[in-house]
Design a protein around this ligand. Structure first.
Ligand SMILES: NC(=O)c1ccc[n+]([C@@H]2O[C@H](COP(=O)([O-])OP(=O)(O)OC[C@H]3O[C@@H](n4cnc5c(N)ncnc54)[C@H](OP(=O)(O)O)[C@@H]3O)[C@@H](O)[C@H]2O)c1
Length: 248
């Protein structure tokens, strides 16, 4: 393991919020594994990050609905970097639909990708995170998970998505309770609508200029990685400007 450079594994690191967090972390001196399904986009993002920051960036294709691929991803990070200072869980999926009408397949996919994969990733990565936390007496090691404001306050038409994100927020709290005495803590980031591919379906009814930016969220992720190991931040809620605090 390098004594000077830190490393992070960023799921969903090829596009959107994850790609911007990856860019900021690379600029901060982290070497990276970035993961997503589409190898071409991953490679393009990795190339861009190397050019912009000089960081070592290892793209690994992995589907979050397959626990074996998820565990192999964590092993690939260890093989390359020997430890993990930050685990960023940004891969996620969302489909709108009411409780009354949502097909089982649709909510099962959200549970698999938004809850099972993060839990599998945390389990698989904890040995590396603990080791890196022990080696960094100042900051420890961080888990940063992209939840959603719909996991904090229910929103009609987004119930299954919100339920998976509420579970993720709970998971972050619990892992901090269990691991923070040893320097590993988790933070959920819970934004309203962010202008990415994921919110393209919303652009007809919601002006893009009113959405949060990927930079807003990446700024907070970066701040979390700079905190001392004594500072545990369970959840950061980011709402959009306007007169309704708890809506997406
Ligand atoms: N955008 C918002 O308004 C918003 C608000 C609150 C929270 N969030 C959360 O923030 C996270 C990032 O969202 P985003 O807006 O950045 O989304 P995005 O622009 O659609 O990017 C999603 C990223 O995750 C990867 N991904 C998607 N499904 C995957 C799967 N099954 N297996 C592996 N990788 C997968 C994508 O690459 P591939 O397609 O190549 O796999 C891509 O890199 C999500 O967890 C989302 O729920 C988003």
């Amino acid at each position: 393991m390098s004594l000077t450079r830190r490393s992070a594994l960023v799921t969903g690191g090829s596009r959107g919020i994850g790609a911007e967090i990856a860019r900021r972390l690379a600029g901060e001196g982290f070497d990276l594994t970035i993961a997503a399904r589409d190898p071409e986009t991953l490679e393009q993002t990795a190339h861009r990050l190397r050019e912009q920051t000089g960081a070592t960036v290892n793209p690994v294709a992995a589907h979050m609905n397959d626990p074996d691929q998820v565990r192999a991803l964590v092993r690939a990070h260890e093989d390359r970097f020997g430890g993990m200072n930050a685990l960023v869980l940004s891969a996620g999926t969302g489909t709108a639909g009411t409780v009354a009408d949502m097909p089982a397949k649709t909510y099962e996919r959200m549970v698999d990708i938004n809850v099972r994969a993060p839990l599998t990733l945390m389990q698989a990565a904890l040995p590396q995170l603990r080791r890196s936390a022990a080696a960094d007496a100042e900051r420890g090691a961080k888990i940063i998970a992209l939840a959603s404001i719909t996991g904090v306050a229910g929103e009609a038409g987004l119930a299954a998505y919100g339920a998976t994100k509420a579970a993720l927020i709970s998971l972050c709290e619990t892992v901090s309770l269990e691991e923070s005495a040893h320097g590993v803590s988790a933070t959920a980031l819970s934004p309203g609508y962010v202008d990415t591919d994921m919110t393209a379906w919303k652009r007809d009814v919601l002006d893009r200029s009113t959405m949060l930016t990927t930079g807003d969220i990446a700024e907070l992720a970066l701040a979390v990685t700079r905190l001392s190991r004594n500072a545990v931040v369970p959840n950061i809620v980011v709402t959009r400007a306007g007169d309704q605090v708890w809506r997406a």
